[in-house]
Design a protein around this ligand. Structure first.
Ligand code: C2G
Length: 435
């Protein structure tokens, strides 16, 4: 009996899929079809899969060609499958020509001609709504990778830019060359479905306010403002106008961070005794960068230690009106949290969470976390948890935004309202030197 194996996502099942399965079956006597699992697709950066795994399997099954269906769950599984199922021939479409030649050590490899004129990508573009993103630029020409990351999420395209400063705008356009430049903020807002507010902190409130007022969804770099009352107003406006207000905190949309939360909030490392986190940037000369860095660092503390600390103490070092460094101490009923933020003063970037049953450590660019270590006090064994992905994780935030739009949900669950609020309250105190 000649055994054949083929693989695919089989999203939005179409004629091309049908044809390849038919021809694969004709190649032998027994056909195994590997359908890509959700985590496998996320891992290879394929965030645009629409159908559930169950639907995709059902569609393959309905062709009647598959004698057996398996799920492809990890990179490198193909070799194991070929050995395990004693496969004679691996079949795949010729869009993959040359890419699977290495499998010929294990079985025959056949590339079949792809059906022309049809693809899942094409169907997605036709079937699903497309949203235009407009950027309101700040005092530096940087897109935070939203442009290339949005290319990996179907529903979005960054097309519009508005920037007050002509010099910055020119620099930005040299780098990214967006389709439409707007010289008026309200025109940009009008022409976009989603606004990414990347202005400097003192101008964020205004830009967010106007976008929400026009019913446009907003992604903004936190903190939105120095004033808790203003943030409250924005939340109100978001609900009134049914527009999503989403903090650009990519970490909370990355899977491994949810594993970390699961471990800390679910008591897997026991009672938390200490939370220690440091962040610094020395290469960017942006005013008020201190507040942006602090907003990123305070969020995991609030998620893990909670919102209710007994009291706080701040040690702040200023250079003129800019804060260069601050050590923020929060005394919780059962533990202590220390957040060190350096703006031009270098500190080692890391997070350490000590619990009664284990310690979690993250290093380097922990705010776009790819992995963390779990140290068990009882042994020398270190467990590493990770999510592999390219880029800075913006695509995961955008994916979550698209799901929210599809489900008509307004309030994000990555960063909750009370968490954003608390961060702004803390930063207001730091700014005013209160403790
Ligand atoms: N296909 C085809 N003609 C089309 C479209 C797709 O013959 N017009 C074939 C592909 O070449 C592939 C199969 O249908 O052999 C499944 O295609 P996708 O669902 O796009 O799967 P893909 O994401 O390419 O995954 O491990 C996963 C595999 O490597 C392929």
């Amino acid at each position: 009996m000649k055994k054949i194996i083929t693989y695919g996502t089989f999203d939005l099942f179409h004629k091309g899929h049908y044809n390849i399965l038919k021809r694969a079956k004709e190649y032998g006597d027994y056909l195994i079809v590997g359908v890509t699992g959700v985590n496998y697709d996320i891992g290879r950066g394929k965030l645009n899969v629409h159908d559930t795994l169950a639907t995709r399997i059902e569609n393959v099954k309905n062709t009647g060609f598959a004698d057996e269906i398996i799920v492809e769950e990890y990179l490198g599984q193909k070799i194991e499958d070929i050995i395990k199922y004693n496969i004679d021939t691996f079949v795949i479409g010729d869009d993959w020509k040359g890419k699977f030649d290495h499998l010929s050590r294990y079985c025959d490899v056949v590339y079949l001609e792809r059906t022309k004129g049809i693809s899942s990508t094409q169907i997605r573009k036709k079937t699903f709504e497309q949203y235009t993103i407009g950027i309101i630029c700040g005092d530096y020409a940087d897109d935070n990778q939203i442009i290339n990351e949005s290319e990996l999420v179907n529903e979005f395209e960054v097309k519009n830019i508005y920037c007050e400063d002509k010099k910055i705008l020119n620099l930005f356009q040299q780098k990214f060359n967006l389709e439409n430049i707007y010289t008026s903020m309200s025109k940009l807002i009008e022409a976009s479905d989603v606004i990414y507010v990347r202005s400097t902190i003192t101008k964020r409130f205004d830009a967010i306010y106007h976008s929400l007022k026009c019913g446009k969804h907003v992604i903004y770099d936190p903190p939105a403002t120095f004033k808790p009352s203003e943030l409250k107003e924005l939340f109100k406006l978001s609900k009134e106008n049914k527009a999503i207000l989403m903090e650009n905190n990519k970490m909370v949309y990355i899977y491994v961070f949810n594993q970390l939360l699961w471990m800390t909030q679910g008591g897997l490392i026991g009672d938390i005794l200490s939370f220690n986190c440091s962040i610094s940037k020395t290469d960017e000369n942006r005013s008020n960068l201190f507040y942006d860095l602090s907003a990123i660092s305070l969020l995991p503390m609030l998620k893990i230690m909670g919102l209710n600390y007994d009291h706080a103490n701040f040690k702040v070092k200023k250079n003129g009106s800019d804060i260069e460094f601050a050590s923020m101490h929060f005394v919780y009923p059962n533990g202590l949290a220390i957040i060190n933020v350096g703006n031009n003063i270098r500190v080692d970037n890391h997070v350490e969470i000590i619990g009664t049953k284990g310690t979690i450590r993250m290093k380097d660019n922990w705010w776009r976390v790819k992995n963390f270590e779990l140290h068990n006090p009882q042994s020398t064994d270190v467990q590493v948890y990770n999510t592999n992905f390219e880029g800075n994780g913006f695509k995961y935030l955008l994916k979550s935004l698209s799901t929210m739009i599809e489900n008509n949900r307004i309030e994000p669950m990555g960063v909750f309202e009370d968490e954003s609020m608390k961060i702004v309250e803390i930063l207001e105190q730091v700014k005013n030197n209160e403790s």
